[in-house]
Design a protein. Structure first.
Length: 253
């Protein structure tokens, strides 16, 4: 398979891995809400909020190289917004650093603000996905009364997206094997149109076969998991500590 699993490090056995999925999901959502709520012209408020993602990744023994790779993969869209932000925000704001006041264009402050929100948010998201199996996250979402149709769609997307990617790789390898030398741009575009159409037909046929196989095995519209969620005292302690930490970060603004 030519893909990297979202929960590549979710099989670990660290303290963070052993926490209940609902605990980690609640912490991730609460932290994201606090980060998003920071004023777009404020930067100092990010300093205390750097503790949680750093502790999460470090205690879970997730390589920072892996985290950085995930941040870069998702960065093109947000970087486009960041690069164009100074063009639309022409305001000016004073910033004090080491008792020295500087007048900085507001667009640059907003750009750095967006970048920090993106980095902190994605880091926590990577920490959640790398310490919790995807099926456990879906089960936690169901416990929080997220609509079942949404969790089922996410489960199918996660399970069978990789099969679609593998079929696309097979078609690309077949095209490379049949081509002599380098293809011109026009031929690549023409062949890509055909490949996309064939990929759609293949995925449609595969979906029917998969659904028939699921029905033969007793699928009744419910996603069942062998592993059960267990809320322990340490989960309650972590929630209380995190709530106090986020409360202090918000009130210190």
């Amino acid at each position: 398979m030519h893909h990297h699993f979202i929960d590549y490090y979710a099989q670990g056995n660290s303290f963070i891995h052993q926490l209940d999925a609902r605990t980690k999901l609640m912490i991730a959502l609460a932290y994201t809400a606090v980060v998003v709520g920071i004023n777009k012209y404020h930067l100092a408020e990010f300093i205390p909020l750097a503790i949680l993602p750093f502790a999460w990744i470090t205690l879970a023994h997730i390589p920072w190289k892996f985290v950085g790779k995930q941040i870069l993969i998702c960065s093109p869209f947000i970087m486009t917004i960041i690069l164009f932000t100074p063009m639309f925000d022409k305001s000016s704001h004073y910033i004090t650093i080491n008792h020295t006041t500087y007048l900085i264009p507001g667009g640059y402050i907003v750009a750095v603000n967006l970048l920090l929100k993106y980095v902190f948010g994605v880091t926590v998201l990577v920490g959640l996905a790398s310490t919790t199996r995807f099926e456990q996250i879906l089960l936690a979402m169901r416990k929080f009364h997220v609509p079942q149709i949404l969790t089922i769609q996410l489960a199918f997307l996660y399970r069978y997206l990789f099969e679609l990617i593998e079929q696309a790789h097979q078609m690309l390898r077949a095209r490379s094997a049949r081509s002599i030398g380098k293809l011109s741009v026009s031929l690549k575009v023409k062949s890509s149109r055909t490949m996309i159409a064939m990929l759609f037909i293949r995925s449609y046929e595969s979906s029917k076969k998969i659904f028939q196989a699921m029905q033969a095995r007793g699928y009744d519209g419910q996603i069942k998991s062998v592993r059960k969620l267990k809320f322990r005292f340490r989960d309650l302690a972590i929630i209380i500590i995190t709530a106090a930490y986020l409360y202090c970060s918000v009130t210190a603004r």
